[in-house]
Design a protein around this ligand. Structure first.
Ligand code: DC
Length: 225
């Protein structure tokens, strides 16, 4: 049987999950699946339809008319919402809080669960999110819990936005990170938490390259690559 390999990377917002997961997946020749993008697309869908993102019934009522698809163009993930490529729109700041809100709705999690499982059943994946090691892929070959202090995460985001020429302030960014951490780890369903068998990787003191190398080494060792 052709056995696929799955790597789960979970952790709080801004810990470097997506960059590290993308780089490691490239080096291993795995598909990178960014599950946050799925929640963001549901958040965008609610915003587009004028539905409050914390209105569970309102958001749930949208779901029967929603189709979310992941397509890979030259190895880069694109997210389609009812056929519309929303890959850029989901990165806007308002989409972040919208995603955090809709992700607390059980019907939304159930809606996205099968899509994530399917991707992992058919491909060697590095999948990142909040509940991949605990809920979506409990049998993943390797689970990583990637974190860094809130201040360090806010500092990285601040520098990233500054580099893009955006006009940002540090304090509100730190506040947003703390608020999202709280939301994501205190919701009733599938809260952000480290799986028992996950390897903790704290990147606070590390450069990006050091963190990528550490995760790649863990993957090669565990998966025998
Ligand atoms: O990783 P991100 O910032 O793109 O995720 C956006 C939001 O989606 C985040 O606040 C929590 C939620 N999320 C989740 O609940 N479960 C996942 N597997 C991925 C993201």
């Amino acid at each position: 049987m052709n056995q696929v390999k799955n790597i789960a990377i979970d952790g709080p917002a801004g810990a470097g999950k997506s960059t590290i997961a993308r780089m490691v997946s490239q080096r291993l020749g795995f598909l990178y699946v960014d599950t946050g993008a799925l929640y963001r697309s549901i958040g965008v869908c609610a915003l587009r339809n004028g539905v409050k993102t914390d209105d569970a019934n309102g958001v749930e009522a949208l779901l029967p008319r929603v189709k979310v698809e992941l397509k890979f163009v030259d190895g880069v993930q694109h997210v389609f919402l009812n056929g519309d490529d929303v890959s850029e729109e989901i990165r806007k700041p308002e989409a972040s809080m919208a995603a955090s809100n809709v992700s607390a709705i059980p019907a939304v999690r159930a809606f996205l669960f099968d899509l994530q499982r399917e991707m992992a059943a058919q491909n060697n994946v590095v999948m990142d999110g909040r509940d991949i090691g605990t809920v979506v892929l409990p049998d993943a070959d390797l689970k990583i819990f990637l974190t860094a202090s809130p201040e360090e995460r806010a500092r990285r985001r601040f520098n990233e936005m500054k580099d893009k020429g955006m006009d940002v302030e540090f304090a509100p960014l730190l506040e947003e990170i703390k608020q999202r951490d709280y939301n994501d780890s205190h919701r009733a369903i599938a809260p952000l938490k480290q799986a028992q068998d996950a390897v903790l990787v704290d990147t606070t003191e590390n450069t990006l390259e050091e963190s990528i190398a550490r995760v790649e080494a863990l993957a090669r060792e565990r998966l025998g690559l």
